[in-house]
Design a binder for this molecule. Structure first.
Ligand SMILES: *Cc1c(COP(=O)(O)O)cnc(C)c1O
Length: 365
């Protein structure tokens, strides 16, 4: 692989895989239509990059978390697609400057938000966000939502939505309870298109509506943990080996000597650390195993504390590993979800933490 000078690692983003993932979810969800969640800088991969590719592929509805992301999405996808802001009408934001000027529709989740949006413009578009169990954001009950609509008016409502608490656990009884609560809301507002499913929700029985709202699975994350990942990997992270050294059994490596060599050990130092978004739990300690990286086609463990700018791998069993080689943290042959789980985090967190010091290589389209 070639890489730009001074880059310590390469983040490869496969837009063909992204679009294939969106089409796969779209096919699976039919007759529902597939929107795309591009919040948090397109799950760390670049909001403009992913939103443009998905809009070109035919995606007509986007979700962001924050109005500033919505403004960027609007500039990227043009005037046609509907863009919803999941955080709602933020108390810190101005309805005109932060929403209407970019034709952004807030996911309204309280009477106060509805009153404020209606006072600004009685016909401006919005989504109705009902909380069916998360107890986080959204109208606290159907009654609360209907009362608010009767007081302030429902013109401009374009979507009824709720969000799963544990969609990735198909046997969790909360799923059926949320589906039932949402069905009651749909029955009360039958004219409104509705959407409940995030990535994992697309794979749940009985969760089909008019729209699906996947994020993570678009970016290659496994929406069905415990079963084979039906999605294609979109992000590949390769980090270069800067130095290799031998240490003796009983010596340790990294801050606070958290990992001790049990044998004569060959260590490779990689040019990325937690400032690049690597989880601090990725390295093995004497108390627990950590994550693996792939070097010359073989997996080997990360050892010792991940530092700000550097990480250490044990390459004793890969004698062919050399300075200048790449260590792959995740990619098509090194599942993101495995790397995250073994780093005591989730793939969502790994992607949305990806730092700005990698060279970003866009392939596939
Ligand atoms: C982030 C988010 C999604 C997307 O969830 P994934 O699990 O990434 O598919 C959908 N809906 C809401 C309300 C969200 O906050």
């Amino acid at each position: 692989m070639t890489y730009p000078p001074a880059a310590s690692g390469v983040l490869t983003i496969d837009l063909a895989a992204l679009v294939a993932n969106w089409r796969y979810l779209q096919d699976r969800a039919r007759p529902a239509e597939a929107a795309a969640v591009v919040k948090a800088n397109g799950y760390g991969l670049g909001l403009e990059l992913v939103a443009k590719a998905l809009a070109d592929a035919g995606c007509k509805m986007f979700f962001v978390a924050h109005p500033s992301e919505g403004a960027l999405a609007r500039k990227t996808v043009g005037p046609e697609p509907r863009i919803f802001v999941l955080n709602g009408l933020q108390v810190t934001a101005d309805p005109k400057r932060d929403y209407a000027d970019f034709d952004l529709a807030p996911a309204i989740g309280s009477e106060a938000e509805l009153a404020r949006w209606k006072a600004f413009d009685a016909t401006a578009p919005f989504a109705l966000h009902l909380d069916t169990g998360m107890n986080r954001l959204g109208f606290a009950s159907l009654e609360d939502m209907l009362r608010s609509l009767s007081r302030h008016g429902g013109e401009g409502a374009e979507l009824l939505m709720t969000h799963f608490v544990s969609a990735e656990e198909p046997d969790n009884p909360l799923n059926a309870a949320q589906i039932a609560r949402f069905a009651a809301a749909r029955a009360a507002l039958p004219a409104l298109p509705a959407g409940i499913a995030n990535s994992s929700g697309v794979f749940l029985q009985g969760a089909s509506c008019d729209w699906i709202r996947p994020g993570y699975a678009l970016y290659g994350g496994n929406p069905t943990p415990g079963a084979e990942n039906p999605m294609r990997a979109v992000a590949t992270l390769d980090v270069v080996i800067q130095q290799i050294r031998w240490i003796e059994a009983g010596e340790s490596c990294g801050y606070n000597s958290q990992w001790t060599a049990q044998r004569r050990t060959r260590l490779a130092t990689l040019l990325a650390g937690y400032a690049d978004g690597l989880p601090r739990g990725a390295g093995a300690t004497d108390a627990r195993a950590g994550a693996d990286v792939l070097i010359r086609g073989k997996f080997c463990p990360l050892v010792g504390r991940v530092s700000m700018d550097l990480t250490i791998a044990d390459v004793t069993d890969i004698p062919e590993a050399q300075v200048g080689d790449f260590a792959r943290f995740f990619g098509p042959d090194a599942p993101l979800d495995d790397f995250a789980a073994r780093s005591v985090t989730i793939g969502y967190n790994v992607l949305t933490s990806l730092g700005s010091r990698y060279a970003r290589l866009v392939v596939g389209l």
